[in-house]
Design a protein. Structure first.
Length: 383
């Protein structure tokens, strides 16, 4: 652990330095050029990357730009998208990308285009509070059976057949799910829908679904982890960092090549490398084989191409550039079990980040403003 400290202890200890917000163009030079920045940023969204984001933001404010305060609220992916579209935050975060409808809403509300770009990959862990279950092998059909209520005991033949050498507890299985709109749920249910047709037909995928009766709900990844620990026999799906920091046991999951894979940095990286990523950065990670862990997802950040104060735009660009390129920031990614972007993808994302803009009107309204200016100039010349 970097500097020997517990990441959850750090999270509890940092209300993220309060600093004054610059409301003008002073300090407009990008911080990556060595200038000191002054801004106060707010973000909201996924709990999936929250441990990483909190550590990043604390380190950035302490070591890189002490004049920049960043307050990120882990409210869930659905709420993060909603707050971004309502323009109550400077940036949003989610484990699902913005749909065509979302992008149209953003452009209509802001008067310019929204941006979305991936910043990190992570795994969704099937976690237990019982250490004897660490390394329990599951496949997609069995996980779907647990969450549909068809498999209710750890000694069920479907589990026993996958774990012939494990002494399984004769406990009732208590499945725990996210009760809020969640990108973690999006990743988890997308995996089940892709792999298990009966799940796709009955439950489908999304940030919120109609769960089978009798399941326990928890708010955020930490709420699911709490639900697991408070219920003997509890099992839930959580971000790998939460499982790691909470000391929860984790299942191995059989991938498309029939390999039982533990959720590790290496297996998450292997999964991310199989993703085909288009120009608009909207993609899923499906049908993972080889050494890849099969329940993997991405976190996207959302910003706008217009409407920020100059200091805010500079700070947004500088922070996310720092997060993707700074050596210390990359060390934090690895320590918490996330997977960084590959070099080629990183270059594409850095170029997209630079499109975050402070000008009123941005990509959409700037063109209208330029057209109006040209028309005025033509009228003046005719006079």
């Amino acid at each position: 652990m970097r500097n020997g400290r517990s990441k959850l202890a750090v999270l509890a200890a940092i209300p993220l330095l309060a600093t004054a917000c610059s409301n003008g163009s002073d300090g407009a030079d990008n911080g990556s050029d060595g200038a000191e920045l002054s801004a106060s940023l707010t973000g909201a969204g996924a709990s999936f990357p929250d441990p990483l984001f909190q550590d990043w933001m604390h380190t950035y404010s302490q070591e890189s730009q002490p004049g920049v305060s960043i307050n990120y609220q882990s409210v869930g992916s659905g709420a993060g998208i909603e707050q971004f579209l309502e323009q109550t935050v400077d940036f949003g975060s989610s484990e699902r990308y913005l749909t065509d409808e979302d992008l149209a809403t953003a452009a209509g509300n802001r008067g310019c285009d929204a941006l979305q770009f991936p910043v990190v990959f992570g795994s969704v862990v099937i976690a237990f509070d019982n250490p004897d279950l660490d390394g329990l092998v599951l496949d997609a059909e069995t996980i779907a059976g647990i969450y549909s209520g068809d498999i209710t005991s750890y000694t069920d033949p479907a589990i026993a057949d996958l774990n012939p050498d494990m002494d399984l507890p004769d406990d009732e299985i208590i499945p725990v799910h996210r009760s809020d709109s969640s990108g973690t749920t999006e990743v988890f249910t997308h995996y089940l829908s892709t792999e298990v047709q009966s799940w796709a037909d009955e439950y489908g995928s999304g940030g919120e679904i109609d769960w089978a009766p009798g399941l326990v709900g928890g708010q955020g990844n930490d709420g699911v982890a709490q639900g697991i620990s408070q219920n003997p026999g509890g099992v839930g799906y959580v971000n790998q960092a939460f499982a790691q920091e909470a000391g929860l046991a984790a299942a191995k999951v059989i991938n498309s090549d029939g390999e039982a894979i533990a959720p590790t940095l290496e297996s998450t990286t292997a999964a991310s490398e199989e993703a085909e990523i288009p120009e608009d950065f909207r993609f899923s990670i499906d049908n993972i084989g080889g050494e890849g862990y099969p329940i993997a997802g991405t976190n996207w950040i959302f910003t706008y191409t217009c409407g920020y104060e100059q200091a805010e735009a500079d700070a947004i660009i500088d922070f996310w550039t720092w997060a993707l390129t700074d050596e210390g920031a990359n060390e934090i990614v690895a320590e918490l079990g996330y997977a960084p972007l590959g070099d080629e993808l990183k270059e594409r994302v850095l170029a997209e980040i630079e499109r975050t803009n402070s000008e009123n009107g941005g990509d959409t309204a700037d063109a209208d403003a330029d057209a109006d200016a040209d028309a005025d100039a033509e009228d003046d010349s005719e006079e």
